[in-house]
Ligand binder design. Sequence first.
Ligand code: 9MR
Length: 386
Amino acid sequence: MTMIDRRNLLAGSAALLAATTARAADAPTDTLKAAAASKGRRFGSAFAWSPPGADAGSFANPAYAALLKRDCDVLVPENQMKWQAIRPAADRFDFSRFDPMVEWATTNGFALRGHTLLWAYSKWFPAWLNNHDFGQRPAVEAARILDQHIDTVTKRYGRKIESYDVVNEAVDPDTGGLRETSLSRAMGGTAVVLDHAFRTARAAAPHAELVYNDYMSWEDGNAKHRAGVLTLLEEFRRRGTPVDALGVQSHIGLFKPTTDAGAVAKRLEPEWRAFLDRVTGMGYRLVITEFDVRDKGLPATIAPRDKGVADFARAYLNIMLSYPQLGDVLAWGMSDRYSWLRGFEPRTDGVIARGCPYDVDFRAKPLRGAMLAALAGGVQRAVVAR
Ligand code: 9MR
């Protein structure tokens, strides 16, 4: 255990324990948040903003809001805090969708995570940033734009947001190397940009947990991605970059035809544990930031599909929840009705993906039961300061 770990474990423990106990005491025992709280954790979900009347995974939809209130302690905006949403131009911010989300979440007693201060991937930069003319002194101008972004967001929301995905998806899964962007070209390399982002975030939001978030997952074909993330995390430590935790997105999936999800999970477990051991061995904590299950390899029939999803999820979450370093556990949406998987990765047979704890009609599925059992059966979370 590093010095930083020890300090984090001790400091602030009283306040956090008190908060957890208070939550556990007044919560029903059959909710995801109560199951998480029984082991010192919080459960949460992504949520959205929508214009009045639109059917979206939004707090404005009473049925969806009820689900969030029932099961979640912490919420994260699925899209509305991204540069594409809040930074329409170099000299302009637009918080018209995100502000009401923060307002609703805090009024209703939810904690908030921030996603993301920098999605370090050109594909998801706003067009203006990809094409920006950084002028005579590109490194200075790029750093100014980045700092201004991080300062503006973190200071606007202050302590209302207590954990940030500071950097998202900087590692190229095909090579394990870091992705180049207009900012990295202007600032003299991706590592410079990432360090800059974390240092600026620590200075602007010293209260907040700072997370590096990525989708290196446990399925076959991710070895290069995992290795690249480990290298990046090692380099952060070597350079003293202030990164508290690895955000393990956890869009887990069964892609090849199977009727035995448990067997697939068992085969994947050793390498995944080896990865998590390396991460935690460097003193990083873990956060599950975007959990859902991709069900393409499972049969279309609902009963075996739901069972496969639940079995795969239970096995995965049991591993994750065997680490005391694991903090918050967040789903990437609570209902199949609004899941990104419907559009991004439609099944070839045309049936709706069933990767969320509730179905399109907001009925709980076996996946929710598996999540509940895994959260309740996890090891106690190690208490940390931030
Ligand atoms: O779920 C999000 C989807 O609605 C957006 O169109 C997409 C692009 O902004 O981002 C999705 O969320 C991603 C998250 O921000 C980062 N990790 C992967 C998520 C799923 O693609």
